[in-house]
Design a protein. Structure first.
Length: 180
């Protein structure tokens, strides 16, 4: 298994320390898996017939399905809920850890009281899914307007054309790891 140092040499932009101003977070990507209780957010590289599931919303954002953990929710429960809400997808296999962004919060308190603070992780898993309905788009969530299944290279390129541009390199890492 390769280490962060070897992956960073291949994916310097992904591994470059960053700052997500919208969340007041200093971030650093890692393939080291943290304890579950430090994971606040999850995104999933969904392997479906024909490729990778990607989503777009009414604000023009392009992303992998995923979201923020609710109180008492396990990682698998979080993934199952978000897949239905954002992609109309159903988990059909186990979750495989890929990596995540370690997030050091600059805010004095967490975004939501139940979330880890001042350190949390924005995790990325890989999993097999079936897309078999429209996204449920709950009123308190983002409004997904597009769900596509694209070959991995096209999915990465499509995701890179988004304001944060961080999920395209994650898909490319999954390709390099042989997970997609």
């Amino acid at each position: 298994m390769q280490t962060d140092a070897s992956w960073a040499a291949q994916f310097p932009d992904l591994y470059a320390p960053g700052h997500w101003a919208w969340g007041e977070l200093d971030v650093q990507f890692t393939v080291e898996q943290p304890p579950d209780e430090l994971i606040s957010n999850v995104h999933v590289i969904c392997r479906a017939a024909g490729g990778i599931v990607v989503c777009g919303n009414d604000l023009g954002w392009r992303f992998l399905p995923g979201g923020t953990r609710e109180p008492g929710e396990t990682i698998e429960q979080l993934v199952r809920r978000e897949l239905v809400e954002e992609a109309g997808a159903r988990l059909t296999g186990p979750l495989t850890w890929l990596g995540g962004h370690r997030a050091d919060h600059r805010r004095p308190s967490p975004y939501r009281p139940h979330l880890p603070h001042p350190l949390s992780y924005w995790a990325v898993f890989v999993a097999d899914v079936v897309v078999d309905q429209a996204p449920t788009n709950p009123a308190d969530g983002e409004q997904v307007t597009e769900v596509l299944v694209l070959p991995p290279g096209e999915a990465a390129a499509w995701l890179e054309d988004s304001p944060d541009g961080v999920k395209g390199p994650v898909v490319r890492l999954a390709q390099a790891m042989g997970l997609v």
